[in-house]
Design a protein around this ligand. Structure first.
Ligand SMILES: *Cc1c(COP(=O)(O)O)cnc(C)c1O
Length: 378
């Protein structure tokens, strides 16, 4: 069996159990597990299978290509793709029974055209912009969008199965924008009903809303991050507060260990200089693998029994750790982050140190890092 320099170990039981916990919390609302961006770095297809094993009713992705990759892997569960551009693979999506979002007239027209050429009705989720000012129809555009959708539905070209929106500040429970968005969503739903639409799936809640805002659950919740065991509201406690367990452990196996004298400049720019004779360990992960260069001399890894700060610059493929007089051998595992069981940092620890969010830490783990899977989630 060959051993790789680095590895992202994914605990599929954790994904399955996280989804089951979220589903229990959101019930009787259904759950769409969001597996975009390669399942937030965890591997889209295995993550999707584990989520379905945990009781997810449906899958959600950004791009049509992601939805088609799920279909190509043999997954038959309902899938929604919500981020499309003119000329996109709408016909392939309709033919593969992929549900599509339309937040503008042009998108609805593209979907209707694809449905006509494919010879089957397209399942559409109409997207309202309730205050995020990202995708979706503004309140001014919404009446025309629902009227156009009602007409296409009457023609048998599309079926409006959902009406949905997205929250801007759900990770700040109690923020006044949340109540404003709920009210705007209610108004959008009323207008859709007045236009004769009867969507069976009204959905608004991302992970933070699923965890903290029962009023946002409607017919279905749409968590991503929480499925992977990370919390979007770290100010409310660690993932276990919500019955969640981080699924990804990122590790590198030491590619070298050596003694160097005092005064040795370490890594590019010599931003770290040894203050005495010491042992340096070389970890084969770098910004080419998604380890942020901003982690230079900041983030910590678990190595040789305790946490140690990265010594100097993170390079494209590697970084150095100063072990002092502690011992380690080539091949030993350095844990960058994981659930924290062994004392390793968490993705949230990395996020806090780097002034970002745990979403970015796990999602940016690069394609060069092999994902290995444990557990029986599939
Ligand atoms: C990514 C995404 C989600 C999932 O968000 P999380 O905060 O990870 O739960 C839900 N809906 C939309 C539209 C998204 O883009």
């Amino acid at each position: 069996m060959s051993v790789t320099p680095a590895e992202a170990r994914i605990d599929l039981d954790a994904v399955r159990d996280n989804v089951a916990a979220l589903r229990g919390r959101a019930a009787p609302a259904a759950l769409m597990a969001v597996v975009k961006a390669d399942g937030y770095g965890h591997g889209m297809v295995p993550a999707a299978r584990a989520a379905l094993a945990g009781g997810a009713h449906q899958l959600g992705v950004a791009h049509i290509a992601e939805a088609l990759a799920l279909r190509a892997a043999g997954l038959r569960a309902p899938v929604l793709a919500w981020l499309t551009t003119p000329g996109d693979r709408y016909a392939d999506a309709v033919a593969a029974d992929v549900e599509l979002s339309a937040g503008a007239g042009w998108a609805l027209d593209e979907i209707a055209h694809a449905a006509r050429t494919t010879g089957r009705a397209a399942a559409v989720h109409l997207k309202a912009d309730t205050g995020l000012s990202r995708g979706g129809a503004t309140p001014a555009e919404w009446p025309d969008l629902v009227a156009a959708a009602a007409k296409y539905e009457a023609d048998g070209v599309v079926q409006v199965v959902g009406v949905w929106s997205h929250l801007a500040r759900a990770d700040e429970p109690g923020h006044p924008s949340i109540a404003r968005q709920l009210a705007a969503f209610g108004a959008a739903l009323d207008q859709a009903a007045a236009a004769g639409l009867r969507p069976r799936l009204r959905h608004l809640a991302n992970s933070p809303a699923t965890l903290t805002l029962p009023a946002a659950r409607y017919d279905m919740v749409r968590p991503g991050l929480a499925c992977y065991g990370l919390t979007p509201v770290p100010q409310l406690g660690p993932p276990a507060t919500f019955g969640l367990r981080p699924a990804m452990t990122l590790l590198g196996r030491l590619a070298g260990v050596k003694r160097v004298p005092a005064g040795a400049g370490v890594s590019y720019g010599h931003t770290y200089v040894t203050d005495r004779e010491t042992t340096l360990a070389l970890v084969p992960l770098g910004y080419g693998d998604g380890v942020p260069r901003a982690a230079s001399s900041r983030a910590e890894v678990l190595l040789a029994g305790r946490r140690r700060r990265i010594a100097g610059r993170v390079c494209m493929d590697q970084f150095v750790v100063d072990l002092g007089d502690d011992a380690a051998s080539p091949g030993d595992e350095a844990l960058l982050f994981g659930p924290g069981d062994a004392g390793e940092p968490t993705a949230q620890d990395w996020a806090r140190l780097l002034d970002t969010i745990s979403y970015e830490i796990v999602t940016r783990v690069g394609a060069r890092v092999p994902r290995t899977y444990t557990g029986t989630g599939v």
